[in-house]
Write a protein that binds this ligand. Structure first.
Ligand SMILES: [Zn+2]
Length: 294
């Protein structure tokens, strides 16, 4: 029998991670919420670039920074220091931005990507942990450069009509349609999350090839930005891919299900206790190494 390579032995990895935790991190760190540990990291882990774990439970080594300005993008909310990603994501965003003007979209206003070492975020977002997710505003980039202050304070605009069932046609135009379709057609893109009303608007407007609609998934919120998720890249052997989205455009029963009235509670429901905080032990063992790497 051929011995399996060491990197495939989770026991050994776990042992190594436990050793590393005990040796390098203060004893209490392993039990602290991982969002505090990763939220405190100001610079990326100087290791080979790779996304580790799942989109909602993992971390990021060797992150690259998306520059705050590019020919067709500007990064918003700079104080958050969340314009980090797998170099493959940074490269993807730069290429998407370059193509945006071809669909009448002046450029991308980029919101949260990942923290310098990924991991759970100190606020907001369950995912965005492995440097493969990016939020892009549904407001096009202005012709001028925003100041630092404007990037903190300018409000994003909701695309929804007052009843939240549909988009407001004065806000959601062919331009938003164009940038969403362009993004969904990129081969690296795994999923795009938008509000149900935006998915409905895309379903109503799409003509010709509708296959790209499969990747555009309804989700809560996401009415002032869309969330692009790219697939696990080749540089990341321990990135865990998601199941492919269901085939079909998702404009029938699936979209309808987002408009179904919530089921009536049969008995008075007790408020659910909040889910336990994610700690380092809940993340892939490699993430301990990512956290302490100098
Ligand atoms: Zn997002």
């Amino acid at each position: 029998m051929i011995a399996r390579p060491i990197r495939n032995r989770p026991m050994l990895k776990r042992f190594f991670a436990a050793f590393l935790l005990a040796a390098v991190l203060p004893a209490a760190a392993a039990d602290r919420p991982a969002k505090e540990l990763f939220g405190a990291a100001e610079a990326p882990a100087p290791l080979a670039a790779r996304s580790i774990g799942t989109y909602a439970r993992g971390c990021l080594a060797g992150a690259a920074l998306l520059p705050v300005n590019g020919p067709a993008w500007q990064v918003m909310r700079l104080s958050r220091n969340r314009n980090w990603g797998n170099p493959v994501l940074v490269d993807f965003l730069e290429r998407l931005a370059a193509k945006a003007p071809s669909v009448g979209w002046n450029g991308l206003l980029v919101g949260d990507m990942s923290q310098p070492r990924g991991g759970p975020m100190s606020s907001g977002h369950a995912s965005h942990q492995i440097g493969l997710d990016a939020d892009i505003w549904l407001t096009p980039m202005p012709k001028r450069e925003f100041s630092y202050d404007e990037r903190e304070k300018v409000s994003a605009v909701s695309m929804l009509a007052r009843d939240t069932l549909s988009v407001d046609p004065a806000k959601f135009s062919d331009k938003q349609f164009g940038i969403l379709r362009l993004a969904a057609r990129q081969p690296e893109v795994e999923r795009i999350f938008v509000n149900r009303a935006i998915k409905k608007a895309l379903c109503e407007r799409a003509t010709g090839d509708r296959s790209w609609l499969a990747k555009v998934r309804p989700w809560w919120g996401h009415d002032y930005h869309f969330h692009v998720r790219i697939a696990c890249p080749r540089n990341s052997p321990t990135c865990k891919p998601q199941a492919e989205p269901p085939s079909g455009d998702g404009c029938g029963a699936e979209l309808q299900s987002w408009y179904a009235p919530p089921p009536k509670p049969t008995k008075p429901s007790k408020p659910k206790p909040p889910p336990p905080e994610i700690t380092l032990k809940d993340l892939p063992p490699e993430c301990a190494q990512v956290l302490v790497a100098k």
